[in-house]
Ligand binder design. Structure first.
Ligand SMILES: [Zn+2]
Length: 442
């Protein structure tokens, strides 16, 4: 069950140790080993399938991709992959290039340990477990520090101890460099430093590659809109363009689900909602944004159902798809394959705290394994509520089957009452969280 994940982790640990000793020959050897190994290929295909929601593929199709995942096949653009349609149903393909995505996942498995070793505090892109909200937190804390310094008593000492570090925050995400500073007249100076730094390394920067924004007017940054309000605190909201593109994504999912089972559509929508909430729920005025998005999604679905049943009355449609669950009306779909029900999640979620993943914690060092699982438990805790939280807390954030950290979007709840003696004593004690891909003989 967990055999291949442990194997991959061992090889990644070897790459990390080799890069610590700056032994490039050993690094390359281990990277080649991981790329050609069956365990690495299996894990990368599973990651790609999880990412793109390709769960409907049969095991034979998946294995076909695993066995074909080799470097020389990747160069051959003419190779085509055909997927068998499951019992005559047609499915909506979000992405035809599952093979390419799998290969990217395999490459990232081999390259990430090396990148993790070379990265410092300013790098955010290409690092596992660090998401958009962590980044926002670090920027916010930087500006809070500055505001306190300007309006506090420490003003004088701030100018006398003229350090570059205290005035400047630099963040690197993929190939962009963001520089935040409280002194706008110093930007020309920073610019010259950057030009000089890159010129020595043979990279020429043009004037167009520098953009300067004012905090008072506000600017967009990775889907956020940051602005200094007139009350001297930092406003951070989801930018309007970001919400617009998210709405278009939702629309595309609903539009393309005409021939798809409703429960599958709901699963895709829930996955999308979870992903988006995890990144942007720290926004100011989140309640308003969430309500707006919920209303938009309900209107979309209502239009969709009206188109599906043009001759039925409104109340008939409403009673077919919406059910009353403890006082609120929820969109519910019955899944004929698994025999379960799935309901649409809401964007509105109660959040009281946020736990940021430490930047300097190395995720590929084997010794940090326990630390990482505890940190992830703290980080994902906020996504569980009521008795889900009880189960999550009892399992300490680990999967019942493979004992690895649980995310919040790729899990399933399984009732194991058949295997225990305390059958009807307590329902919650028999429920357990599993990874959606973990197979246990229940
Ligand atoms: Zn698991």
């Amino acid at each position: 069950m967990t055999f291949f994940e442990t194997k991959v982790l061992n090889i990644q640990n070897d790459i990390f140790i080799a890069s610590k000793n700056i032994n490039f020959r050993l690094i390359r050897f281990h990277q080649r080993l991981l790329t050609s190994s069956l365990v690495g290929r299996l894990l990368s295909v599973r990651n790609a399938i999880e990412k793109d929601n390709f769960n409907f593929l049969s095991s034979r199709d998946k294995l076909c991709i695993v066995l074909n995942l080799k470097y020389n096949r990747f160069l051959d653009k003419e190779t085509k992959f055909y997927f068998l349609k499951n019992s005559g149903l047609s499915f909506f393909y979000k992405n035809f290039s599952l093979y390419d995505t799998s290969f990217q996942a395999l490459t990232s498995l081999t390259c990430l340990p090396f990148i993790e070793f070379t990265s410092d505090r300013t790098i955010y892109g290409f690092r596992p477990y660090r998401d958009c909200s962590d980044l926002l937190f670090s920027i916010k804390s930087f500006f809070l520090k500055i505001i306190k310094k300007i309006f506090g008593v420490v003003l004088e000492s701030f100018f006398f101890n003229n350090k570059l570090d205290s005035q400047l925050k630099m963040i690197r995400i993929f190939d962009n460099i963001y520089v935040f500073s409280n002194f706008p007249n110093k930007f020309q100076h920073y610019k010259l430093i950057l030009i000089k730094f890159f010129n020595i390394r043979g990279i020429k920067l043009s004037e167009k590659s520098f953009l300067i924004y004012s905090f008072y007017e506000g600017f967009e940054f990775l889907g956020w809109k940051l602005q200094k309000s007139s009350f001297s605190f930092l406003l951070s909201q989801v930018s309007k363009n970001n919400i617009k593109s998210y709405k278009l994504d939702l629309k595309a999912i609903v539009k393309n689900s005409i021939n798809v089972n409703l429960s599958k559509t709901l699963r895709i929508l829930n996955f999308k909602i979870d992903e988006w909430i995890n990144c942007y729920s720290l926004s100011d005025f989140w309640n308003n944004i969430a309500n707006d998005l919920d209303l938009y999604l309900y209107k979309l679905l209502w239009k969709f159902f009206k188109r599906c049943h043009p001759r039925r009355s409104n109340s008939w449609i409403y009673h077919k798809y919406w059910k009353n669950l403890s006082g609120s009306w929820k969109l519910i779909a019955y899944d004929p394959l698994n025999g379960g029900i799935s309901l649409l999640k809401s964007h509105n979620r109660f959040m009281d705290f946020h736990f940021a993943f430490p930047l300097m914690l190395n995720t590929f060092d084997k010794r940090n394994h326990k630390k990482i699982s505890i940190t992830l438990y703290e980080k994902y805790k906020k996504n569980f509520y009521s008795f889900y939280y009880l189960i999550y807390k009892r399992q300490k954030g680990l999967c019942f089957c493979c004992r690895r950290s649980l995310g919040f979007s790729n899990l399933k709840l399984v009732n194991l009452s058949r295997f225990t003696i305390k059958k009807r004593l307590n329902l919650v004690s028999n429920l357990h969280f599993f990874h959606s891909y973990c197979n246990w003989s229940y």
